[in-house]
Ligand binder design. Structure first.
Ligand SMILES: [Ca+2]
Length: 461
């Protein structure tokens, strides 16, 4: 190469780096089992979420945003891959069901149990891998849930740093899952913080990571276990959420079991809200507010103690209360403060939006199930989404425009969400043509998913 050509090549590189907009930091905050109504900004009459309410006022709040599955693991994998659970292969939780009866797995048995050996197919491309390849420093702090064998852990999946628990739920203080230690630092189990409250730990690690990487574009997946029920063997703890006294004390003393359950749930959310506030303060202290996308979202509908508000059903169900969840996003200069949108959007839109926002390339040859929803959040376009389908253990839900079809052991029917957000008026008999249309769309989707590439752990034939 001649000297002039070399000069031109260098100049072109410099010009490209100067003309490219600064890559925004991405702070993806996911809460666990927080219901549709469990935010002050959603209209809750009892829960205290001042920092998240401020975040909503500084950006956008969505009222028709759906998780891709009504419980933890598949919802999260869909968020991180942009693909339906039935396409990416993770279409159920990685979970040992005998814990439902308080069974303590001895370690030798745990070692060969589903919860220990299952994981998201390593051929799946996660958001962390795409952002890492685009130059981001990447960290995940909190719940991982994509498998606990080394090949499934974050450091093998595009993350530079990880502190958190590997499976789907733990005791907030002991960090055990029904008696089995579950906390990891990077690739190794650790009990260094046993006895300390998880929300504070995930905040501590996030603050450290932001301090270390304030000069880089960074991607933090801050994945609180709050307000998920405690996965404890102690019958006095399990089934409840755990929270420190200072957070419990912000609410009146409960009267009765249901009130106690609600009290602990709300206290854990308020504790998390304060923690999120300190993370957002740190972003401001580094002068990074303008350059940071902040997303807050729940992974599925209301768990025990959560509030679905006007929606029917809760976590695990195909009704709206299982899948329609709070979603907030702040991106100064891109999204107008105080926006609210009722556009039909889902967790499948997050991956393409963030890849685009980062100036990164979508993975080649990978079928995505969503689209970049930024222009919708900016109020410049309507949602491209016309349908969404959920399937779990023989039950299904299908939304086609305003119509929602539910088939489940708890009941079902055809509902018009434009008039009946509570799914209380079954129109199956009145509108057989509509019923057939939605049912056909669902069947077509089932066929499409069946024809998709095999993916483990459940679709590996
Ligand atoms: Ca969850």
């Amino acid at each position: 190469m001649g000297s002039m050509n070399r000069y031109l090549a260098v100049f072109a590189l410099l010009a490209a780096s100067v003309s490219a907009a600064r890559q925004p930091n991405i702070l993806l905050i996911v809460s666990d089992d927080q219901g549709y109504m469990d935010l002050g900004s959603m209209g809750s009459s009892d829960i205290l979420t001042p920092r998240l309410d401020r975040l909503a006022a500084e950006g956008i709040r969505l009222t028709s945003y759906y998780a891709a599955w009504p419980a933890c693991t598949p919802s999260r994998v869909a968020l991180l891959t942009g693909r339906y659970p039935q396409r990416n292969g993770t279409y159920d939780n990685f979970r040992n069901d005998r814990v439902n009866d308080g069974y303590r797995y001895p370690l030798y048995e745990y070692a060969i149990s589903p919860e220990r050996v299952l994981g998201t197919d390593t051929r799946e491309i996660l958001l962390s891998q795409v952002l890492s390849a685009a130059g981001y420093a990447t960290g995940v702090f909190g719940k991982w849930d994509l498998g606990s064998l080394k090949r499934y852990l974050p450091l093998q999946r595009g993350f530079d740093d990880f502190y958190g628990f590997v499976n789907t739920g733990i005791d907030y203080w002991t960090h055990e899952r029904y008696g089995v230690p579950s906390m990891y630092r990077r690739n190794a189990p650790t009990e260094e913080d046993k006895g300390r409250y998880t929300t504070a730990l995930f905040e501590r690690e996030t603050l450290r990571f932001i301090d270390e990487h304030k000069a880089d574009p960074f991607f933090v997946y801050l994945s609180y276990n709050a307000p998920h029920g405690a996965s404890s063997l102690d019958p006095g703890i399990r089934g409840f959420v755990q929270a420190p006294g200072k957070c419990l004390d912000q609410y009146p003393s409960p009267d009765g079991l249901a009130a106690e359950r609600r009290h602990k749930f709300m206290a854990a959310v308020t504790c998390m809200d304060s923690s999120i506030g300190r993370v957002l303060d740190r972003v401001d202290e580094h002068g990074l507010r303008q350059d940071t996308i902040v997303i807050f979202v729940s992974d599925n509908g209301a768990g025990g103690g959560g509030d679905s508000g006007p929606l029917r059903g809760r976590k695990g169900q195909m009704f709206e209360g299982g899948v329609r969840v709070p979603f907030l996003m702040r991106w100064p200069g891109e999204i107008a403060a105080g926006s609210v949108s009722d556009e039909f959007l889902t967790g499948l839109e997050v991956f393409p939006m963030l890849v685009e926002a980062a100036g990164a390339s979508l993975p080649e040859g990978v079928e995505l199930d969503g689209f970049d929803m930024l222009s919708v959040l900016q109020g410049q376009a309507g949602s491209e989404r016309e349908s969404m389908f959920w399937e779990r253990q023989g039950e299904y839900g299908a939304r086609l425009g305003r119509w929602k079809l539910v088939h489940s052991r708890r009941g079902g029917g055809l509902f018009d969400l434009s008039e009946d957000i509570a799914e209380s008026n079954d129109l199956t008999k009145e509108l057989p043509d509509v019923y057939e249309r939605v049912r056909r769309a669902y069947r077509d989707w089932v066929q499409e998913m069946a024809a998709a590439d095999p993916r483990g752990p459940f679709k590996n034939y």
